[in-house]
Ligand binder design. Sequence first.
Ligand code: AMP
Length: 383
Amino acid sequence: MSNRIILPGATLGVLGSGQLGRMFSIAARQLGYRVHIYSPDSDSPAGQIGDVEVAAPYEDLDRVREFARGVRVVTFEFENVPSATSEAAAEIVPVRPDGRILHTTQHRLREKEYLSRNGFPVTPFRSVESLESLQKAVGELGLPAILKTATFGYDGKGQQRIARIEELPNAFEQLHGVEGILEACVDFEREISVVAARGLDGSFQGFPVFENAHEHHILDVTVAPAGIPPQLHREAMELARGILDSLRVVGLLTVELFVTRQGGLLVNELAPRTHNSGHLTMDACPTSQFEQQLRAVCGLPLGSAALRAPAAMANLLGDIWKLAGGVPNWAAALSDPSIKLHLYGKAVPRVGRKMGHLTATAATTAGAVAAVRAARDRLLLPY
Ligand code: AMP
């Protein structure tokens, strides 16, 4: 076992260079590792922290192999890298979680088929390859329904809600020839997520269940622990554990779930990586989700995922810069000493772009949410 451990001082490779890679790199550096980043971008959020930033296309497999030769293990923070990229890296070093998991989770249909085949509850779905198959699927699942592209979907990208039968031809056209998946529209009571890690030895650690509120399909505020009964909390955790075991994950994986009005659980989506809803772990748990990913992929024992105090996280999108008419009022947000500010080093604050987040801990979840929302509102005060 011990010779499989990748010890501090070693160099780790990350595919992808966004904020998840940045916060992973910060955790890795804290533990004395070196980090190399690979993505098509330069001066990226992760590249600003890593020791080496390789800016090259994911399709340049020779560059990927060369990158892999310089590191002990490859992990990723962006799951939409081509399968060939992780396979090329895996010729040289372990890729964790492995390419097989990436292949399953980067395609909504494959993912849902895998989950339902293995007995995990998912939103009712049908594959869509033609207008006829869309019409048939709507006949079976009913309306309203949600049509999604099977690939490259996140933050509601590539999604359309269909309410009326007349909308079908136009909705199908919007797929632009890409394979689609039609899902029944779930009238959920709330959305939750479980961020969990599985070690090389099969050990498991799940963070307390998070509750997520979205705005325009983008995560807005996360609260921990979720306001659900203890029994449902246990069920969500067992479900996540079952999925990580079934996929034999080494690393971290997030399960996004709907809680139905009947109190049941349905898996919406898997992400084989750290997750936006887990950002509050940096300020509210002994081990952050990024350190947990690092421990899992390096073969180290997993850390405590307990929550020190009720916590809330609010995303900071580029929209805030626009509303503030310039640089947001950071000092005003931080006037509450319980507030923590995280910024991702992105130069251009585009509308809808995740630029950073705020976290608050408090005696109650309601207190944490109120504090983090109030801090975000203060960003708009004049300096
Ligand atoms: P996704 O990109 O699949 O995670 O979807 C983003 C958000 O859209 C989810 O967090 C939900 O708020 C909403 N959504 C996605 N699929 C469904 C569905 N089948 N029923 C209801 N809401 C959905």
